[in-house]
Design a protein around this ligand. Structure first.
Ligand SMILES: [Fe+2]
Length: 408
């Protein structure tokens, strides 16, 4: 009897010591490397995408494979920890996804409303498929020592809209940081990347190092971003992944939406040279793509939503035929006859690496075309009656301004 009690006591002590050791190792991550648990951390991001009146997508990457979610809170002055906040999982067709690039859609929102949000990730420690999956601890945005992220949904009723646009950065991250480092995030409704932010896209690392890390550090967790492709974003072995990182409101490369008094159309001008060019290796079919887009544009321009908007703005990387290269000639042939009949107020382009302002009528255009330089930022303030344009250099100096009356 006594021997049996001693045996039970010994086994209990052994289990207790083992348990304490395991607990200590898990908590500290120290000791036997078998017990160090990978921690899922944000590698890059987040950045806001596809913000509409009712939803948005938050995008970020993690250092290891992870399962993630976002949490939403109203901007009502309560602490984020005041109550359980609704979770929005990254999922597809009803099943949560795991990986290192994450896109969480947060929906069911009200127009013109500020919300707060945070993001969470949980490392995949073991994935044996249907046999066993083990996840690590959850790590999220620190809402104890810093403010949660925030987003304001689009709003047709807003009287005035502020936009900042850059283009043709070609991976010059120091220049990009100077251009975007002094935007006033609180007053900026959204930012537009109007193409050629890289010279080609060969990898995620190139996107991150070229401008995406800076994008998420400088403004994009709180300011919506709309990214158009330039001709250079169509090149490189990672180019086809562009919209995985920049999901658009309608899932296409071209899209449109109303915000404030303005209706915004984002057109994808495609490649600059003919599809047959040897440098495209037979992979370009942008003639067909532009034709398809022209059909979509015709529908958009005939919609009540477009026609009823007091202001009409078009973003497109390549301006309509300043050079007689195939791509620019095609956007002029396909898009301009439609746009010229549609009371467009302004087109904003890049591509040329030099600023110019093309008044109506100079290149078969019934509206002005502003081409932003590759080392300036274009800021716009739009209300029903006018569009104020400020061109800002990398030192933050306003180097040129334009004041346009709208056509309404
Ligand atoms: Fe370009």
């Amino acid at each position: 009897m006594r021997i049996k009690s001693l045996h039970i006591l010994g086994v209990s002590l052994l289990l207790l010591c083992f348990g304490l050791k395991v607990t200590a190792q898990i908590e500290t991550g120290a000791g036997n490397s078998d017990f160090s648990i990978p921690k899922a951390e944000v590698a890059c991001g987040p950045w806001l995408q596809a913000v509409t009146e009712n939803e948005f997508v938050v995008v970020w990457t993690t250092n290891v494979d992870a399962a993630v979610w976002g949490e939403l809170a109203p901007d009502d002055g309560s602490h984020f920890y005041a109550k359980t906040r609704p979770r929005f999982f990254e999922s597809k067709h009803g099943r949560r996804l795991t990986g290192q690039l994450h896109r969480v859609k947060i929906s069911g929102l009200q127009p013109g409303t500020k919300y707060r949000y945070r993001i969470y990730q949980q490392a995949v420690l073991l994935d044996q498929g249907n046999k066993r999956m083990v996840f690590g601890d959850s790590y999220g945005t620190d809402v104890l020592r810093s403010e949660p992220y925030s987003v304001t949904t689009l709003n047709e009723a807003k009287e005035s809209v502020n936009i900042s646009m850059v283009n043709d950065i070609h991976g010059d991250d120091p220049l990009f940081r100077k251009l975007m480092g002094n935007i006033q995030s609180e007053q900026t409704d959204f930012v537009v990347f109007n193409g050629d932010m890289l010279t080609q896209i060969e990898s995620e690392k190139q996107l991150v190092d070229g401008y995406l890390q800076s994008t998420s550090e400088l403004f994009a967790p709180d300011v919506p971003l709309f990214a158009l492709r330039g001709n250079h974003e169509l090149r490189g072995k990672f180019a086809h992944r562009f919209f995985d990182y920049f999901p658009s409101p309608n899932g296409k490369a071209y899209y449109a939406f109303r915000h404030g008094p303005a209706y915004f159309i984002f057109l994808d001008s495609g490649e600059d040279k003919p599809d047959s060019d040897v440098r495209y290796y037979g992979l370009s079919v942008f003639d067909d793509f532009r034709e398809e887009q022209a059909q979509w544009l015709e529908q958009v321009l005939s919609s009540d939503e477009f026609k009823s908007a007091p202001v009409k703005i078009v973003f497109m990387h390549m301006p309509p035929a300043q050079r007689a290269w195939h791509g620019m000639m095609e956007v002029k042939r396909l898009f301009m006859p439609l746009l010229n009949e549609a009371d467009v107020d302004l087109m904003l382009s890049g591509h040329i690496h030099k600023h110019s302002f093309i008044p109506s009528g100079e290149i078969g255009n019934s509206f002005p075309v502003l081409i932003n330089s590759n080392d300036w930022r274009t800021d716009l303030t739009i209300n029903r009656a006018e569009i104020a344009i400020r061109l800002v250099d990398s030192e933050g100096a306003v180097v040129n301004t334009y004041q346009l009356k709208t056509k309404q």
